[in-house]
Design a protein around this ligand. Structure first.
Ligand SMILES: Nc1ncnc2c1ncn2[C@@H]1O[C@H](COP(=O)(O)OP(=O)(O)OP(=O)(O)O)[C@@H](O)[C@H]1O
Ligand SMILES: [Zn+2]
Length: 715
């Protein structure tokens, strides 16, 4: 029995015209193909095969047909000519023939199941026909010349050439295996399927059925190929579009665009922003800064007025202050007041990895600005571009950038109408050359707002939301020492959000206090389950602080006491200075220490020495810090005198122990004072603790009511 091993890969060869012809034969009798007819005759039509001899043949692979599998050819022929090959004997010459392990159809179309489909449309029985017998038949059938062939991608190039050209070319330059290939192709032109069938005595009825079957197969294959080509074309189109998008995306990428911009010099890096809407009205609590900048506004409004008298205005103004204090806002307000263009640039924008990029951006920025004078150039984070010119691997080209900035600032006349405003949080970090006269020679400090400034800022932002008339911005301002404008804005915003979450129509003091505490101490931890014992200890601890604060003359007034856990704390008492304190007296410092001691003293007095808790550690930190500074910095210790001791580690052991002793005495005395007050006011202490356990939070007024022995209104 013939078998094809996977290691043998001969080629299926069949005269070209065998196949071509099939398409051109009239399908006159295709309908008449019937199982019974073919069954009766199939034995007769099986020819006895001869060796191929010199008959020209066409490689089926070239036709795109060589990958038809054995089974498929079997099935094909079987379906077209039922019983055609049944019982046919196996010729030995197939073992050395050009039969391929792959069928010619599958080679071309990569489609294995076409013949299964074909077969399913014909209700013929199946039987085990071998490829060998079919191919033998095909190989020796006579064919005639047919100019139109079935096209495969592989043969496309060759089709472009005429047959004669191909022949000549083949004879001269083609390698021998190609030559053989093409010659066989050409040779196949002289055969005809009809002739072959005639010589092999294939019954007429079978011939037509056979031809029709082939024709149908080829047509289906052709359609499939068309489909494949279409989808190939579509895929190519999609890939092309994706490629275009990819290229566009890469060009948009800052990494590449930076290089692009440097090489082309197209980088303008800045867009002027007209800042009419921001004026000095919008900047609160920085009156001095506004006054200083007022003259700059006048200059921008009317540069000529200043040149007449020969006066020179600074080219550069440096706004110095902590983050969020409104430096950017002030610079915008300057441009807005003068109604001139405002160019914003952040120092970090000039800080580039590539040589010359920062410098070229500065050049472009100034070129644009000069063309649009009068105007304001604002460089935020000036320290990141104008820091000291140190060699740093992090900023390899910073030198060039600063030099460019210096050159640009020198490059225009003082009265050209361009004002450069720089902002920094670290003026010390700036390169000295930047702050000499002629560059950023005017410094304006923008400090954190004082209590008046904070009140103004709070009012300004409160006016943008709905708030209850009972809200007193000053109380919030007093409790927000050290808050910047941006933080106060955030406080008001958080209060508004809280009111919205709670379904309130207006923001009240409660929400403002809430958001202040949240910013200062972290969010409330309502979910934390605290047992009664701990709650009681906390209530006595906090009321201990409150009692000391209430009964100590120089302590700050109480604002609030609470046993609501927040952030890392279990409760707290907040004290409010009447005003921002510029200085603190000895008595005030001692009072602060006493208030700190109040918590632990309360624990000791109420629960006993064995039940004191760890909750007082931060109170002691605070008290110790004050005592230490009194001794080493403020000259408030009689024993150590009016001397400062900055690095205590370098001091003699005697001095060190003297300092420690003094600190210890201060703390001990403070503890005793607190103990005395709590013992004296034990009743008030108890009342306040109980009120806290009932109400959780008490404000200043409520604390006063409780301490005066009155009853609190039920809330
Ligand atoms: N004095 C102020 N008056 C009104 N609003 C202020 C004030 N200070 C800050 N803000 C608010 O805070 C926002 C941030 O302030 P701004 O950006 O001007 O601060 P900055 O000092 O430039 O900060 P940074 O140093 O971080 O750049 C402002 O847009 C404004 O809404
Ligand atoms: Zn405490």
């Amino acid at each position: 029995m013939f078998s094809l091993s996977s290691t043998v890969q001969p080629q299926v060869t069949v005269p070209l015209s065998h196949l071509i012809n099939a398409f051109h034969s009239p399908k006159t009798t295709s309908i008449s193909v019937s199982a019974s007819a073919s069954q009766n005759q199939h034995r007769d039509v099986v020819p006895e095969h001869e060796a191929p001899g010199n008959e020209p043949v066409l490689n089926l692979r070239d036709l795109g047909l060589s990958e038809l599998k054995i089974g498929q050819i079997d099935q094909l022929v079987d379906s077209l000519l039922p019983g055609f090959c049944e019982g046919k004997s196996v010729s030995s010459h197939w073992h050395t023939s050009h039969v391929s392990a792959q069928s010619f159809f599958e080679n071309k179309y990569g489609y294995l199941d076409m013949f299964t489909t074909l077969r399913s449309s014909c209700l013929y029985r199946q039987h085990s026909r071998t490829l060998k017998s079919i191919c033998s038949d095909l190989q020796y059938w006579p064919v005639f010349i047919q100019s139109r062939g079935f096209k495969t991608l592989k043969s496309r190039t060759r089709r472009l050439q005429s047959t004669s050209e191909r022949l000549a070319e083949t004879q001269h330059i083609a390698p021998s295996f190609v030559k053989g290939f093409l010659l066989r192709d050409r040779g196949s032109d002289v055969e005809s399927l009809d002739k072959l069938m005639k010589t092999k005595n294939i019954p007429e009825a079978h011939q037509d059925a056979f031809k029709t079957g082939f024709a149908e197969g080829f047509l289906k294959a052709q359609a499939l190929m068309q489909k494949t080509n279409d989808s190939l074309r579509r895929t190519r189109l999609i890939l092309f579009v994706l490629l275009l998008f990819g290229i566009y995306g890469l060009l948009k990428n800052p990494f590449l665009s930076v290089r692009f911009r440097t090489t082309t010099g197209l980088d303008s890096a800045v867009d002027p922003v007209q800042m009419k809407n921001v004026t000095f009205e919008h900047v609160k609590g920085v009156e001095e800064a506004k006054q200083e900048l007022q003259e700059v506004v006048e200059f921008l409004k009317n540069p000529q007025k200043f040149t007449v008298l020969g006066g020179k205005l600074p080219k550069g103004i440096l706004l110095v202050g902590p983050p969020g204090t409104g430096k950017t806002l002030l610079a915008r307000a300057v441009a807005g007041e003068a109604d001139v263009p405002f160019y914003y640039a952040s120092g970090s924008e000039f800080d580039e990895m590539f040589v010359g990029v920062g410098a070229s951006r500065i050049r472009n920025l100034f070129r644009e600005a000069k063309a649009n004078a009068p105007c304001v150039i604002f460089i935020d984070e000036l320290d990141s571009v104008g820091g000291k010119r140190i060699e740093s691997p992090m900023h390899p080209y910073s030198r060039q950038t600063i030099n460019q900035l210096l050159a640009e600032m020198d490059g225009f006349k003082p009265n050209e109408g361009v004002i450069i405003i720089g902002a920094t949080n670290f003026p010390e970090a700036l390169d000295n050359a930047l702050i000499r006269p002629g560059r950023f020679d005017m410094q304006v400090t923008v400090p954190r707002p004082d209590v008046k400034g904070r009140t103004e800022i709070l009012k300004w932002y409160l006016n943008k939301i709905k708030f209850d008339q009972s809200v007193d911005p000053e109380i919030i301002a007093r409790g927000t020492v050290g808050f910047s404008g941006a933080e106060l804005e955030n406080l008001v915003n958080q209060a508004a959000l809280k009111a919205a979450v709670d379904g309130k129509e207006m923001v009240t003091m409660k929400e403002l206090e809430f958001s202040k505490d949240k910013i200062l101490m972290g969010p409330e931890r309502r979910s934390v389950e605290i047992d009664n014992k701990n709650k009681t200890i906390t209530a006595y601890h906090e009321s201990g602080h409150a009692i000391i604060a209430y009964y100590t003359k120089d302590a700050m007034p109480i604002n609030k006491a609470t046993i609501m856990p927040r952030g890392p704390t279990l409760g707290h008492v907040s004290l409010l200075p009447e005003n921002d304190r510029w200085n603190e007296t000895r008595a005030q410092l001692l009072a602060q220490m006493d208030v700190s001691m109040g918590g632990r003293v309360a624990e000791e007095l109420i629960f006993g020495t064995d039940h004191i808790t760890t909750g007082a550690s931060s109170d002691f930190d605070n008290a110790t810090k004050i005592a230490k500074r009194m001794v080493t910095k403020f000259g408030m210790s009689e024993k150590l005198g009016v001397m400062t001791y900055s690095d205590t580690g370098k001091l003699s052991p005697e001095t060190q122990s003297a300092i420690e002793q003094e600190i210890r005495i201060l703390l001990r005395d403070s503890y005793e004072r607190a103990k005395h007050i709590l013992k004296t006011h034990a009743k008030e202490h108890k009342n306040l603790a109980e009120a806290l356990l009932t109400y959780e939070t008490l404000d200043a007024k409520e604390i006063q009511i409780v301490l005066e022995g009155k009853k609190l209104e039920v809330r």
